[in-house]
Ligand binder design. Structure first.
Ligand SMILES: C[C@@]1(CC(=O)O)c2cc3[nH]c(cc4nc(cc5[nH]c(cc(n2)[C@H]1CCC(=O)O)[C@@](C)(CC(=O)O)[C@@H]5CCC(=O)O)C(CC(=O)O)=C4CCC(=O)O)c(CCC(=O)O)c3CC(=O)O
Ligand SMILES: NC(=O)C1=CN([C@@H]2O[C@H](COP(=O)(O)OP(=O)(O)OC[C@H]3O[C@@H](n4cnc5c(N)ncnc54)[C@H](O)[C@@H]3O)[C@@H](O)[C@H]2O)C=CC1
Length: 205
């Protein structure tokens, strides 16, 4: 079945990752970027995860998985290299919990797309598990099209949109202006951006 894509707010939410290897590390990095409270359950930790533990970025339960580990989890990632352990995790989650199983997609209720962030712009690519490598490759291709400068441009768009909302009441005019600033001319021209903000701020519509 085709999945339903969403952007999830994880700030302050409990995330429990079972397993502490290379794949767990990748998932943990993204969970921390989303400001989740991360607990890793694993007898051993990848060196980078161990550093995160030492500096207090993650909690570490240093032992094998037990069902109670999931009690307060909003989101669970089963990332051990033991098929049966990941299966057990999937049996222990409750109906409403979010679960990603890194080696048996069908046991979970979500999978993780390849992601690219440029400030407020997020681009994600998914192949529904058909080829994670293709998802990564396409993400990298898109990354070349939309470079780091997009971050500043998104900041401009955020300010510009608010300014338009504050100063322009006519809906059609608003739409026209909000469309205009997505034109490529605005992306790398600080001058055009400044002129736009000034022009709209001065309008008394
Ligand atoms: C179903 C899913 C579940 C999930 O993890 O959510 C899943 C499952 C599996 N991945 C496997 C392998 C690889 N995964 C990657 C890379 C990534 N995998 C990610 C997601 C997903 N992987 C979900 C589907 C996403 C989708 O298709 O849309 C990315 C996009 C996001 C992320 O993990 O953050 C991340 C991009 C990293 C980045 O951002 O750079 C690479 C490439 C590499 O490592 O360089 C390889 C080797 C090449 C290959 O196999 O293609 C295996 C086989 C393991 C084995 O051989 O045993 C399984 C298990 C299976 O196939 O059953
Ligand atoms: N979804 C994805 O993106 C990918 C998934 N995979 C799959 O992910 C699995 C894990 O890969 P890696 O992280 O590279 O393996 P790894 O061998 O680096 O790490 C496995 C971790 O699981 C822990 N572990 C083992 N038994 C446990 C238990 N009972 N309770 C808690 N922790 C336990 C180990 O201590 C270790 O930290 C692989 O078996 C592979 O099938 C592999 C590549 C990509």
């Amino acid at each position: 079945m085709p999945p339903y894509p969403i952007m999830l707010q994880l700030s302050g939410k409990q995330a429990v990752v079972i397993g502490g290897g290379a794949v767990a590390l990748r998932k943990v990095i993204h969970l921390l970027e989303a400001n989740a409270k991360v607990t890793v359950v694993s007898p051993a930790l990848d060196p980078k995860l161990y550093t995160y533990y030492q500096v207090g970025k993650i909690h570490w339960i240093k032992r094998e998985f037990q069902p109670l580990d999931l009690a307060n989890a909003f989101i669970v990632i089963a990332a051990t290299n033991q098929k049966e352990v990941n299966q057990r995790v999937s049996k222990c989650v409750s109906e409403g919990q979010l679960l990603n199983v890194v080696d048996q997609q069908d046991l979970g209720n979500f999978h993780v797309p390849a992601k690219l962030s440029r400030g407020d712009l997020t681009i994600t690519v998914s192949t529904n598990g058909t080829s994670p490598y293709l998802a990564k490759t396409i993400r990298n291709e898109i990354g070349k099209m939309y470079g780091q400068s997009m971050e500043e441009y998104l900041d401009f768009l955020s300010r510009a949109r608010q300014t338009v909302k504050d100063h322009v009441t006519d809906i059609e005019q608003r739409k026209k202006l909000l469309k205009e600033i997505t034109h490529k001319d605005y992306r790398n021209s600080a001058e055009k951006q400044k002129d736009f903000l000034e022009k709209v701020s001065e309008s008394n519509e």
